[in-house]
Write a protein that binds this ligand. Structure first.
Ligand SMILES: Nc1nc2c(ncn2[C@@H]2O[C@H](COP(=O)(O)OP(=O)(O)O)[C@@H](O)[C@H]2O)c(=O)[nH]1
Ligand SMILES: [Mg+2]
Length: 369
């Protein structure tokens, strides 16, 4: 706990699939080992959230702000922080904002500084970016999204004082150095850290930086065009679903692999770009498995998929893809249904929400600098 008896909140932003959840879990575990009490606030436009389930599986006290970004649900953010305060008495809170969200200084940090009802203070804003996508962007090579979605990607980076070039392990060592150097040249005022969040101690430099007592967040609000930002969000489709596939137990793993490969092949065939496609897989008695597919291909993903212990597979699906939402729902559900049938079983949808994010209307937007 800090000397002034306020607690610290680390806000983590950045594009869909850039590695925010992975890094927060690693950082929280490192802190908890030192006896620090940690809580997490997740955030999404949808309601059935793989990330929330995943944080809870990692034994992290987690609350969520769902149905819209922190900015548009600012009062709920404060309420959820208060819940953590009561239940966990955390020393540190990590808040992960939805990957299509920008303008966090004016709509979250400044309101937290000026209007906050709780004992928490914003301590840092870190913006994560996927090394491979940033490399394309810095070289002025095309990203596989439409211009308005790229506008959001750019604005998130623009807003950062602390930029984490994550998944640095996915570019070769000479390119790692070149990428960090060219990012430093392009953004001379930003602090930039290259990071592999999956490596042991991979998050240490970032964690040390944000745990430094000096707060680390931008003060000057972003000058962002809400029409373009809103248009970019509207071009992304969200599908949040829970479903059950029932097949003979010996075919459970093959059914899952076939369904997901079919989804990926269909998206590729239609030149549709994934922002983030996540599945939480539960099958009786076995541990839950998180599967995650981001913008750049995940080859041979199925090699590490463990066996499934029963023929009843419970799936939570979170898909964020640049296409029309109902078409996304049909594409994904057809793939599950066809694979289940092929292996002599069936598929049952429990809950399903397919939509485009609403136009961003922040509860507060404080523009003084
Ligand atoms: N190779 C590599 N993969 C990573 C790294 N960080 C995250 N990932 C993977 O990237 C995917 C998306 O990560 P996630 O944390 O869910 O991204 P989020 O959407 O920003 O929260 C997952 O499959 C992670 O395992 C990293 O530093 N290196
Ligand atoms: Mg996440």
């Amino acid at each position: 706990m800090s000397a002034d008896n306020t607690y610290r909140l680390h806000l983590v932003g950045g594009f869909l699939g850039s590695g925010k959840t992975t890094a927060i879990i690693a950082a929280a575990k490192a802190l908890m080992k030192r006896g620090v009490r940690v809580g997490v606030v997740t955030n999404d436009q949808g309601k059935y959230l793989v990330d929330t389930a995943f944080f809870k599986l990692s034994d992290l006290p987690t609350v969520e702000v769902n149905g819209g970004c922190f900015c548009c649900n600012y009062n709920d953010l404060e309420k959820q922080i208060h819940t953590l305060e009561q239940q966990v008495k955390p020393d540190i809170i990590f808040a992960e904002s939805v990957g299509s969200c920008a303008d966090l200084v004016a709509t979250v940090i400044k309101p937290l500084l000026q209007l906050r009802q709780t004992a928490y203070i914003p301590a840092s804003l870190s913006v994560f970016t996927d090394a491979r996508l940033l490399r394309l962007r810095l070289k002025d090579l095309p990203l596989p999204f439409s211009d308005n979605v790229i506008y959001i990607f750019d604005q998130q980076i623009e807003e950062a004082d602390l930029l984490i070039i994550n998944k640095i392990d996915l570019v070769s060592p000479p390119i790692q150095q070149e990428l960090i150097e060219s990012a430093r040249q392009r953004y001379p005022t930003k602090e930039i850290i290259g990071q592999n969040s999956l490596a042991p101690d991979g998050i240490t430099a970032w964690l040390n930086r944000i745990e430094n007592r000096n707060s680390m967040y931008p003060i000057v609000p972003l000058s962002i065009d809400y029409q373009r930002y809103g248009a970019g969000e509207a071009q992304l489709a969200w599908l949040d679903e829970t479903l059950i596939i029932s097949v003979p137990a010996e075919h459970a793993r093959a059914t899952l692999i076939e369904s997901i490969n079919d989804i990926l092949a269909n998206l590729t065939a239609h030149k549709i770009t994934i922002g983030h496609l996540k599945f939480l897989v539960s099958s009786n008695a076995g541990p839950d498995i998180k599967l995650s597919f981001t913008t750049v291909e995940t080859p041979k993903w199925d090699e590490n998929l463990p066996s499934l212990h029963s023929g009843e597979i419970h799936l939570m699906v979170n898909a964020r893809v640049e296409m029309e939402a109902q078409a996304l729902r049909i594409l994904i559900n057809n793939c599950f249904e066809q694979a289940a049938r092929k292996f002599g079983g069936s598929m049952h949808i429990e809950q399903s929400d397919a939509f485009h994010p609403k136009f961003p209307q922040p509860t507060y937007r404080i523009l003084d600098s």
